[in-house]
Design a binder for this molecule. Structure first.
Ligand code: ARG
Ligand code: ZN
Length: 492
C-alpha cells in the first residue's frame, strides 16, 4: 500500500482544560515515517470527560499452529461483503463492513488481509489510519473505542486475490480463479485473500453478501438467495445472499460461474439447493440423488441438521478435494464424474455441517475433531444403510492404512493438517471410544457434542471431559494412546 494513503488523525482530549494537557495523539507504533504526517485534527467538543486511551488489540489469537491468525480486542458480530468481480481481468473490488464489539478499550486493532490494495478504512464513519504488515491490516481509529461498545468498520479494497500456500498442501488457500470463474477454498487461512477478516474459527459471525458479476454468470454463496439478482447499468447482475447462522471465516463460499441453481427438495425443515456447473448439471443431479437420505441419517446420528439450507456448489475443475463450506459444500468435476462412488465423500462433507461447522475446532491443532468425526460419519452411514459396520470399516482401514496411521492425529503439525492419519486414525479413535463406553453413551456423546457446542468452538479436552462425564469412565489413557502416541494402537 502506498504511504500516501496514510491519514493520521489527531484526537483532542478533554479534561485537558482543567488539567492543562492539550491533546492526546493516537498513532500506530510504526507510523514514524516522514510521510505519515498529521493531516487533520478534531477540536474537543466536551469538557466533562477524560478521553479514552485504550491499548492495541493483539495481532493474533494465539493459535498454537498459526499464532498470527485472528486478532484480539474485539469480537465480530457481522460481515457485510460487497464484491465486484471483473471476470476478464480476474480482479475483485470489495467493500467489507464489519460490525464488532470491543472486548477491551481499544486504541487500535488488526484485521487479517493478504495481498490486495486497501483504498480506505472508516471506523464509525470517520477516516482511520491504516498500515499493512504482512497479513495484518493495522487500523487506528480516530478515537479509541470503549470496551463493550459496538463499532462499524468499512474497508474498501481491490486487486487480484492470490491464494496462500501452507505446508505441503497441493493448492493455495483462498480465492481461486479458473478463467473467468471463481470460487473459494480457504481452510484453514485463505479467507484473508479476499476480504479483511478476523480469520480464526473462535470468532464466528453472521454474513451477508452482495456480489456483482457479469450478467452471463451466476453467483452462489452461503445461506439463502435474497430476491432476484438486480441488473446494473453496465451489463452486470448483483446477487444477494444472507446467512443468519454463526459461521467461521474458513467456511465462507462465494462461487461465480456458469451454474444452474437447482432446488432439489429435501427432508422437512431443510431446504436443499445446489449450484451445478452447466457443463455437467444433469450428471451432477444423479450423483447428488441421495442428499436427502444422507441428511436424514446424519440427523439421526448428530441431532437436527444445524442450518436451514444445504447443497453443493459443483465447479468445473477436478479439484482432488472437497470442502464443507457452510450450507454449500464445494465439490469438483471429479466428484460429479464418480457418481455413486462419491457417496462417502458427500456424506463426509455433509457431516462437517455438524462437526466442523456448527461445532468448530478451538485451535487448528484440534483438526481431527473435524476430520476424524466426518470420517467416522462415513462409516456410520454405511452401517445404517446396509453396508459394513463401523467396527468393520475401522478395522479394514487399520489394515489398509497401516503405514499412514503411525502419526498421532491429535498433533499433526501445522504443515500436515490434512494428513491421512488425521482422518483415518481420527475415525478409529471414535470407534475405540465407542467400544470402550458402549453404544448408548457413545451416541449420546455425539448428540451432546453438537448440542452443547453448536455455534461455538470446542477442543479435544472438551471432548474428553464430556465423554468421561457421560460414560463415568476415566478415558485419559485411551485418548492419549489414540491421539498422541507414535504408532496406532491395535483395534483388537
Ligand atoms: N475439510 C476438507 C475435507 O473435507 C479438507 C480439504 C483438504 N484441504 C486442504 N487444504 N488440503 O476433508
Ligand atoms: Zn473433511
Amino acid at each position: 500500500m502506498s504511504r500516501r494513503n496514510l491519514v493520521l488523525v489527531v484526537v483532542a482530549a478533554v479534561a485537558a482544560i482543567v488539567v492543562g494537557v492539550a491533546a492526546l495523539v493516537l498513532r500506530p507504533d510504526d507510523s514514524g515515517s516522514p510521510e505519515s504526517a498529521t493531516s487533520s485534527s478534531i477540536a474537543p467538543t466536551s469538557t466533562s470527560t477524560t478521553a479514552l486511551v485504550g491499548s492495541p488489540g493483539a495481532a493474533g489469537v494465539g493459535d498454537p499452529y498459526f499464532p498470527e491468525l485472528g486478532n484480539g480486542g474485539y469480537d465480530v458480530i457481522s460481515y457485510d461483503l460487497e464484491l465486484v468481480w471483473d471476470a476478464d481481468a480476474g480482479r475483485l473490488s470489495g467493500s467489507t463492513t464489519i460490525v464488532a464489539e470491543a472486548t477491551q478499550d481499544l486504541s487500535r486493532f488488526n484485521l487479517d488481509l493478504s495481498g490486495l490494495e486497501v483504498l480506505e478504512v472508516l471506523v464509525r464513519r470517520q477516516p482511520a489510519t491504516f498500515v499493512r504488515e504482512g497479513r495484518e491490516l493495522v487500523v487506528t481509529p480516530a478515537t479509541a473505542i470503549a470496551e463493550g461498545s459496538s463499532f462499524t468498520t468499512e474497508i474498501r479494497y481491490e486487486g487480484r486475490p492470490e491464494p496462500i500456500r501452507i505446508g505441503t498442501d497441493l493448492f493455495g488457500s483462498g480465492w481461486q480463479i479458473d478463467g473467468r470463474e471463481a470460487y473459494v477454498a480457504s481452510e484453514p487461512a485463505g479467507a484473508a485473500t479476499f476480504f479483511p477478516v478476523n480469520d480464526h474459527p473462535t470468532d464466528k459471525a453472521t454474513y451477508s453478501f452482495n456480489v456483482t458479476a457479469p450478467a452471463d454468470q451466476v453467483v452462489a454463496a452461503n445461506g439463502m438467495l435474497v430476491g432476484e439478482p438486480v441488473a446494473g447499468p453496465d451489463g452486470t447482475l448483483t446477487w444477494t445472499y444472507e446467512t443468519d447462522d454463526q459461521m467461521a471465516s474458513y467456511l465462507v463460499q462465494v462461487a461465480i460461474g456458469d451454474f444452474e441453481l437447482w432446488n432439489a427438495g429435501g427432508p422437512d425443515l431443510v431446504y436443499v439447493r445446489h449450484a451445478l456447473h452447466r457443463s455437467f448439471a444433469e450428471q451432477a443431479k444423479v450423483t447428488l440423488e441421495r442428499t436427502g437420505e444422507m441428511i436424514e441419517v446424519l440427523s439421526d446420528v448428530f441431532g437436527p441438521y444445524p442450518f436451514d439450507v444445504y447443497g453443493v456448489v459443483a465447479v468445473d475443475e477436478p479439484l482432488g478435494f472437497a470442502l464443507e463450506t457452510q450450507t454449500l459444500t464445494l465439490i469438483g468435476s471429479d466428484v460429479v464424474a464418480n457418481g455413486r462412488a462419491s457417496d462417502d465423500l458427500l456424506v463426509h462433507e455433509l457431516a462437517h455441517q455438524w462437526v466442523g461447522n456448527a461445532v468448530s475446532p478451538a485451535t487448528w491443532r484440534d483438526i481431527w475433531l473435524n476430520e476424524g468425526f466426518a470420517t467416522y460419519a462415513e462409516w456410520i452411514f454405511l452401517e445404517r444403510t446396509g453396508g459394513p459396520t463401523a467396527a468393520e470399516s475401522a478395522r479394514r482401514y487399520h489394515r489398509l492404512g497401516q503405514d499412514v496411521i503411525d502419526d498421532p492425529p491429535g498433533e499433526p503439525g501445522s504443515e500436515e493438517l490434512f494428513a491421512p492419519s488425521v482422518y483415518l486414525r481420527g475415525g478409529m479413535t471414535l470407534q475405540a471410544l465407542r467400544e470402550t463406553i458402549g453404544d448408548d453413551a457413545f451416541f449420546t456423546l455425539l448428540r451432546r457434542w453438537v448440542s452443547d457446542n453448536e455455534d461455538k468452538t470446542a477442543s479435544t479436552e472438551d471432548l474428553v471431559k464430556l465423554a468421561e462425564q457421560i460414560s463415568g469412565k476415566d478415558l485419559d489413557q485411551l485418548f492419549n494412546d489414540w491421539l498422541y502416541a507414535k504408532g496406532a494402537p491395535s483395534l483388537g
